[in-house]
Design a protein around this ligand. Structure first.
Ligand SMILES: *[C@@H]1O[C@H](CO)[C@@H](O)[C@H](O)[C@H]1NC(C)=O
Ligand SMILES: *[C@@H]1O[C@H](CO)[C@@H](O)[C@H](O)[C@H]1NC(C)=O
Ligand SMILES: *[C@@H]1O[C@H](CO)[C@@H](O)[C@H](O)[C@H]1NC(C)=O
Ligand SMILES: *[C@@H]1O[C@H](CO)[C@@H](O)[C@H](O)[C@H]1NC(C)=O
Ligand SMILES: *[C@@H]1O[C@H](CO)[C@@H](O)[C@H](O)[C@H]1NC(C)=O
Ligand SMILES: *[C@@H]1O[C@H](CO)[C@@H](O)[C@H](O)[C@H]1NC(C)=O
Ligand SMILES: *[C@@H]1O[C@H](CO)[C@@H](O)[C@H](O)[C@H]1NC(C)=O
Ligand SMILES: *[C@@H]1O[C@H](CO)[C@@H](O)[C@H](O)[C@H]1NC(C)=O
Ligand SMILES: *[C@@H]1O[C@H](CO)[C@@H](O)[C@H](O)[C@H]1NC(C)=O
Ligand SMILES: *[C@@H]1O[C@H](CO)[C@@H](O)[C@H](O)[C@H]1NC(C)=O
Ligand SMILES: *[C@@H]1O[C@H](CO)[C@@H](O)[C@H](O)[C@H]1NC(C)=O
Ligand SMILES: *[C@@H]1O[C@H](CO)[C@@H](O)[C@H](O)[C@H]1NC(C)=O
Length: 407
């Protein structure tokens, strides 16, 4: 879902696919809503700052009958319309429960910027109010406003929903605001994917690899394809071949081995991550239009090794095209930032302060990727990237709190 960053394509970016710019509304199941705004408090934790800003929410009251609950989605790190299109469960269940449907946007995403698009991200003074706890404060403050808006009783029960980071928010909301929530539905919420949470550093890529190897991919073929990329990256004619095979935007081509390392390889890895996360048994349109079992589709190109590096790289391109499409691509995220730029930047801020997810590909025997960090480098690489991304805002790495979620 959008996962973020000029330079943010780099190693830290734990969640790049979430930040991927192109969000598609579900074409097969079209949902309809209206949108409006309500003023919420900028700083929920001081008594001295009364500043407010307009937070967007979407509503559909078609199925609602007095006495029915409010189904209340807690938005995550992208425009809220993304999640309204992708969260079919709320639309499926609402008629059965006479429920109203509300999707609330997360502050600093979509249309909910405290200082408009040009100033919100300018300085740490403004960025400092972007955190999960402030967002939960917004969602809490919004509930009575939504009830007024609906003209329903303030006793109307609220069920919160969320997926991914939004699922974490749903869990945390129920914990922190139990008196105003009757229930929480958290889907695919990696609530334990933090320091001391349990999963090992390599767990994510171990499972990602397993998904591919159980879907028709051959490990030898995949590793040879990665090796072919490395082979090509050693000289300029090889890099030109990579630009051609991967249909890299000709206005911002890869030119050095470092470009291959910093942009093309993360771009390839991101496709593997996203395909595994989006490996639904039915066609879907979240983040990208995908067929059912998309990993199986990708593995059709990686089921056996080839004789030449050209074929290996081409097969790899074909495999990731299941996710990106078979078309010209912006691989150099520093040179051709796209529509997802601001959401990516906002998510990077969260990843550089509070949402610290440490994960690395470690290579065999843990996974089939190339190793790009380990226990002793993961945090320092993250900090280095954060400093680069936010250097001109006044950021420094004391603001990155490794235990921000735990404590
Ligand atoms: C609410 O959603 C349902 C299902 O998508 C749709 O039929 C209805 O027209 C929507 N109502 C409004 C006001 O958009
Ligand atoms: C909702 O949006 C539709 C289409 O834009 C519009 O016709 C309708 O009047 C809106 N309803 C409300 C309650 O604003
Ligand atoms: C938010 O507050 C401002 C300033 O008081 C006001 O002009 C605006 O209409 C309010 N917006 C909403 C959506 O209530
Ligand atoms: C929904 O409303 C209908 C009509 O008012 C009612 O018969 C039904 O029992 C309600 N459903 C639920 C789950 O409360
Ligand atoms: C933001 O800045 C750009 C370029 O300076 C300007 O064109 C645009 O109108 C500004 N947008 C807002 C909402 O102020
Ligand atoms: C709530 O009541 C007001 C005043 O009667 C009315 O204008 C508004 O349309 C109602 N809102 C809804 C969502 O029915
Ligand atoms: C996952 O890691 C275990 C060891 O921890 C290893 O035995 C297994 O092969 C790995 N799975 C994949 C798909 O690489
Ligand atoms: C993968 O391919 C290699 C060489 O092409 C072959 O030796 C190996 O048996 C294959 N692995 C599986 C699990 O089929
Ligand atoms: C990579 O280059 C080496 C050395 O030239 C070569 O032996 C190998 O076949 C090439 N391809 C792969 C996939 O290893
Ligand atoms: C991608 O498009 C090219 C033509 O632009 C075509 O030759 C090729 O077969 C396509 N690849 C796949 C995997 O569909
Ligand atoms: C951050 O900015 C300072 C002062 O402008 C500069 O000296 C430093 O090199 C920059 N650091 C990075 C990582 O860009
Ligand atoms: C980093 O920021 C903190 C908090 O603003 C400040 O106390 C500290 O002096 C800064 N450190 C550096 C090296 O700039």
């Amino acid at each position: 879902m959008y996962f973020l960053l000029i330079i943010f394509w780099s190693v830290i970016v734990t969640d790049a696919r979430r930040r991927h710019p192109t969000f598609y509304a579900n074409k097969d199941l079209q949902y309809y809503w209206n949108e409006t705004y309500a003023n919420v408090t900028l700083d929920h934790f001081s008594y001295t700052n009364g500043q407010q800003f307009p937070l967007r929410f979407l509503y559909n009251l078609t199925y609602w009958k007095p006495g029915g609950p409010i189904f209340y989605y807690l938005g995550n790190e992208a425009p809220i319309t993304t999640f309204a299109s992708a969260t079919g469960i709320m639309w499926d269940l609402a008629p059965l429960f006479n429920a109203s449907i509300i999707f609330a946007e997360h502050r600093y995403y979509g249309q909910s910027y405290p200082w408009g698009i040009n100033d919100t991200f300018r300085s740490i003074q403004n960025l400092g109010y972007l955190s999960s706890i402030q967002a939960l404060g917004d969602f809490a403050e919004l509930i009575p406003l939504v009830k007024n808006f609906m003209n329903c009783s303030q006793d109307t029960p609220v069920i919160v929903f969320g997926g991914s980071y939004g699922g974490m928010l749903a869990v945390w909301f129920r914990m922190k605001y139990p008196t105003i929530t009757a229930g929480a539905w958290a889907a695919s919420a990696p609530v334990l994917l933090f320091k001391n949470g349990g999963p090992s550093l390599g767990a994510y890529f171990n499972i990602t690899s397993r998904t591919f190897l159980k879907s028709g991919c051959n490990e030898t073929a995949i590793r040879a394809a990665f090796q072919a990329i490395d082979n090509y990256s050693t000289n300029s004619s090889g890099i030109a071949t990579l630009n051609q095979i991967f249909k890299v935007n000709t206005s911002s081509p890869l030119t050095t081995k470092e470009d291959v390392e910093n942009f093309l390889k993360p771009y390839i890895r991101e496709a593997f991550e996203s395909l595994a996360e989006l490996d639904y048994p039915y066609p879907a349109n979240f983040l990208a239009p995908l067929p059912k079992w998309p990993v199986r589709e990708a593995c059709k190109y990686l089921s056996k090794d080839s004789d030449s590096d050209f074929d290996r790289a081409t097969h790899l391109f074909n495999a990731i095209s299941v996710y990106y499409g078979n078309k010209t691509a912006c691989v150099r995220s520093d040179k051709c930032p796209d529509a997802g730029f601001w959401a990516d930047l906002a998510w990077s801020w969260q990843e550089c302060t509070e949402i610290i997810i440490e994960k690395c590909a470690l290579g065999p025997p843990n996974d089939f990727f190339w190793s790009y960090c380990n226990e002793s480098t993961v945090l320092s690489m993250m900090k280095e990237n954060c400093q680069k991304i936010f250097n001109n805002t006044g950021y420094n790495t004391t603001m990155l709190r490794e235990d921000g979620v735990e404590k």
